[in-house]
Design a protein around this ligand. Structure first.
Ligand code: FES
Ligand SMILES: [Fe+2]
Length: 372
């Protein structure tokens, strides 16, 4: 079945860099926990639990005093390391009065958070996503939200046969679903590749590349467990003897659980064609967001069905194209097992209640208000 828990000893995208501006507190539920993100005066990002240890008011409802957060209820003040540095009316503060903070790594336009065992946070585990800012490439990026569990999107992205049926008017063509894939994997990654020869050029690619003839197209879907994907698309006219007209596209998808059954979706499309053409960027922004909304609608509809069966789970048929998605489940289940019973108990405690989901929804709305 689809895992509805998530490993905590892993990096997840918490925000886009542009979302963190000096002087602003950004509230966001991540992995079922309320988190407040902000930037210090020297530009460093900070993330801490968005809950005052006194009477639980979200710290994001307080105010920044320099680099510190002053709670908006009774004035307890917390430094960037989570330590409490002021309790009004008290001259002595125990070292134990603190809120949890989380390791962050920022790069290539993204802010990554580690919400597990802090000593295990190895920056080397962050997948390479250099195309976001690479020379010779242009990127269009957006952020979406989904009322469904993250694993549904993980599996959507590892089975691109759905392009033929869910996105026929944009990036799909009829042949995709019929052409077999090759699947490879290791402990933390899954790669699904499909090579297509002399197939129809889908409408989106004709519009952005100008190629209006049959194409050779390659798709490589790479999954970096538990929450990041790079989908590589290359295409060129099938009649071409060389690669001089080849168009390359790297689509990145950061799938960050908000709660057990809601998800943040940070995406970007980097391309090495029409790099100076703003009209292509604008069209890509619009068209790709529309394609991903179709994926989200499908996942939300599936989540609705799953919810109607819980606590049991409907039987599923597995077919050839499921090899990649099933491998992603195995990897995530193994990561959860490795994290042990503690993680399971914590997940049960946090994610079985609808209150968490409702709170996260309210927070999403609040974050949007702040962004406005
Ligand atoms: S709730 Fe934060 S100081 Fe009282
Ligand atoms: Fe899709």
């Amino acid at each position: 079945m689809y895992p509805d828990e998530f490993p905590r000893n892993a990096w997840y995208v918490a925000a886009r860099s542009a979302e963190l501006t000096e002087g602003r507190l950004l509230p966001r539920f991540l992995l079922g926990d309320p988190v407040v993100l902000y930037r210090t005066g020297d530009g460093s990002p900070v993330a801490m639990v968005d809950r005052c240890v006194h009477r639980q008011l979200p710290l994001s409802l307080g105010r920044l005093q320099g680099d510190r957060i002053e709670c908006g209820y009774h004035g307890l003040t917390f430094d960037t390391d989570g330590s409490c540095v002021r309790i009004p009316g008290s001259s002595r503060i125990s070292d134990r009065v603190r809120v949890q903070t989380f390791p962050l790594i920022e790069g290539d336009g993204l802010v990554w958070i580690w919400m597990g065992e802090p000593n295990s946070a190895d920056p080397g585990q962050i997948p390479d996503h250099q195309w976001y800012t690479a020379e010779g490439w242009t990127t269009a990026a957006g952020t979406l939200h989904m009322d469904a569990r993250a694993q549904l999107l993980n599996e959507n992205l590892l089975d691109l046969s759905h392009l033929s049926f869910l996105h026929p008017e944009s990036i799909g063509s009829p042949e995709i679903a019929e052409i077999p894939v090759s699947v490879s994997f290791d402990e933390r990654t899954v790669t699904v590749q499909r090579d297509m020869r002399a197939v129809e050029c889908p409408p989106f690619f004709t519009r952005v590349t100008g190629i209006d003839e049959s194409i050779d197209r390659r798709q490589i879907a790479e999954f970096f467990a538990p929450a990041f994907h790079i989908t590589t698309t290359t295409l060129k006219p099938a009649a071409d003897g060389d690669d001089s007209r080849m168009a390359r596209q790297k689509t990145m998808h950061a799938i960050t659980p908000e709660t057990r059954t809601t998800t943040h979706y940070f995406w970007s499309v980097s391309r090495d064609y029409a790099v100076q053409d703003q009209a292509v960027t604008d069209y890509t922004l619009d068209a790709v967001a529309g394609v991903f909304e179709q994926d989200i609608q499908a996942c939300e509809a599936i989540e609705h069905i799953i919810a109607s069966w819980e606590p049991s789970y409907p039987l599923e048929l597995n077919i050839k194209v499921d090899a990649g998605p099933l491998q992603s489940r195995k990897i995530i289940e193994k990561m959860l097992t490795t994290e042990g019973a503690h993680a399971g108990a914590r997940a049960q405690d946090r994610f079985t209640d609808t209150a968490t989901r409702a709170a996260a929804k309210a927070w999403t709305a609040r974050a949007e208000t702040l962004r406005a």
